[in-house]
Write a protein that binds this ligand. Structure first.
Ligand SMILES: Nc1nc2c(c(=O)[nH]1)N[C@H]1C(S)=C(S)[C@@H](COP(=O)(O)O)O[C@H]1N2
Ligand SMILES: [Mo]
Length: 161
């Protein structure tokens, strides 16, 4: 039985996200044991209050308009509580973010760039972004490292990860 469970788990965490990558990759909220407790699809994020801003970025040629959900709003919606937020991307890039450094408005989990959803190839479907032009404080290596694209998972980091 435990072998079956292990296989199912392996399927759920590896094959499933890859299979979903071509379409709608949801944003998964995980608990401290790494179990998915909630999944937000694009429609779920669209139903939350939206933030929109224009900025240039180090990854795009032109100034772009991002829209999506403030990370602070998402954390509240997900009921996440803790000091450190752990973010993971489709390419296994991961970054820890002190919750105290998440502002009320920024960063934003962008669902759209210039009004259009982003493909996985184009850093989508979800990209954590800041208004880089608005303040030099948003143009630091720390903030760039927190600008995780192809975001798939949110979790509150436990002391041993
Ligand atoms: N999904 C994902 N997001 C990511 C990264 C990554 O490898 N994968 N690299 C981060 C880091 S460390 C930095 S400094 C910036 C800039 O990465 P770039 O110089 O490769 O564009 O993106 C951040 N976001
Ligand atoms: Mo970086």
């Amino acid at each position: 039985m435990s072998v079956l469970r292990t296989l199912l788990f392996a399927f759920a965490v590896t094959v499933l996200p890859v299979a979903l990558a071509a379409g709608d990759v949801p944003l998964s909220v995980r608990d401290s044991s790494n179990a998915v407790v909630q999944r937000f699809a694009l429609a779920d994020l669209d139903a939350m209050p939206q933030t929109r801003f224009e900025t240039s970025t180090i990854w795009t040629e032109d100034t772009v308009t991002f829209s999506g959900v403030a990370l602070s709003v998402l954390i509240r919606e997900a009921g996440l509580k803790g000091e450190t937020l752990h973010l993971t991307a489709l390419n296994d890039y991961e970054i820890d973010l002190p919750v105290a450094e998440i502002g009320p408005d920024y960063p934003v989990v962008a669902t759209r760039m210039n009004g259009r959803t982003m493909s996985v190839r184009n850093k989508g479907p979800f990209w954590v972004v800041y208004p880089y032009d608005a303040d030099p404080a948003f143009r630091t290596e720390t903030v760039y490292a927190r600008s995780i694209w192809q975001l798939t998972d949110l979790a509150v980091a436990t002391p041993d990860n």
